[in-house]
Write a protein that binds this ligand. Structure first.
Ligand SMILES: C[S@@+](CC[C@H](N)C(=O)[O-])C[C@H]1O[C@@H](n2cnc3c(N)ncnc32)[C@H](O)[C@@H]1O
Length: 278
């Protein structure tokens, strides 16, 4: 781990990689010219690596707006979060949650939208960012005693990191972030995982989901990277489809504690894979 120890994810994100950092980080070339993370989510790996030059991307517009707001408008964001902190209650949560179902949502400022996502993320059940098929936030209230809604030290550290370094932020399909990379870039891919069973099929980060066909397409993108001599590491679930798809690559098995499964007895340690090309 380099640099500022305060740098860590400001949002709890499904599939967060905090507990796998000791497996993933040593595999990333810290001498690379550009660090590329096309599925940034909560950014556990980025914030641990703290590269000077990076390209980050996520399909989730609300998430990228949070990062841009932390970079460009931190003080206004902190003020807005303090208001949420004062008003926090179950009723207030559902009012704020419902905003994306109302016409006035489009008129909210980027700061208001970013504060809304941080507030909901800190107070919702399990910290799970979940949207329905219409793209509306639908996690229930979490009833925490002391949710850390205004995490000022971490937000300031993240803002400083973004401002002191060259971190390009994209908001689109992951393939956009893989275009025109220079050879000495390094790519860490953490896509929505291939579901290992019907009950664990959480692919609801975005309205579109990420099914098997998209896993095949992602493998083809990895082939393109390899052909260009660009190194990558990818996280995914340990299942037959993934092992078969990546049979020409190196696959390392790692153990992860996962607790997002709604079937309580299925929580616990499961295998995941790290796929790489060198
Ligand atoms: C497994 S999560 C990443 C977790 C992250 N590494 C962390 O530590 O929190 C996958 C991310 O991919 C994003 N995503 C889903 N489909 C995408 C797509 N087609 N292109 C880019 N990002 C996508 C989701 O919004 C989600 O944030």
């Amino acid at each position: 781990m380099a640099g500022n120890l305060l740098l860590s994810p400001m949002l709890k994100w499904v599939g967060g990689k905090r507990q796998l950092l000791s497996d993933i980080v040593p595999m990333i070339d810290d001498k690379c010219s550009t660090y590329v993370e096309p599925f940034i989510g909560g950014g556990a790996v980025l914030f641990n690596m703290q590269p000077k030059k990076a390209i980050i991307n996520d399909y989730n517009t609300e998430l990228i707006n949070v990062y841009k707001t932390v970079r460009d408008n931190l003080d206004d964001l902190l003020d807005e979060l303090k208001i949420h902190e004062e008003k926090n209650s179950s009723d207030y949560y559902y009012e704020v949650r419902a905003l994306d179902r109302e016409a006035k949502f489009k008129k909210m400022s980027d700061v208001e939208k970013a504060a809304r996502i941080i507030y909901l993320n800190k107070t919702c059940y399990n910290g799970l960012y979940r949207v329905n098929s219409a793209g509306q936030f639908n996690s229930p209230y979490g009833r925490y005693k002391n949710p850390n809604i205004v995490n000022e030290a971490v937000l300031r550290a993240i803002s400083k990191y973004f401002n002191d370094n060259e971190v390009q932020m994209l908001n689109g399909d992951y393939k956009e972030a893989l275009k025109n990379l220079d050879k000495s870039s390094f790519v860490y891919l953490d896509p929505p995982y291939m579901p290992i069973s019907a009950s664990s099929s959480f692919t609801g980060y975005t309205e579109g989901g990420f099914g098997y066909n998209r896993q095949v397409e992602l493998k083809e993108e990895c082939d393109k990277l390899s052909k260009q001599g660009i190194r990558f590491v990818q996280s995914n679930s340990d299942c037959e489809e993934i092992r078969e798809l990546y049979k020409d690559y190196i696959i390392k098995t790692v153990k992860a504690k996962r607790s997002i499964n709604s079937v309580a007895k299925k929580r616990g340690e499961i295998n995941e894979v790290l796929i790489y090309n060198e």
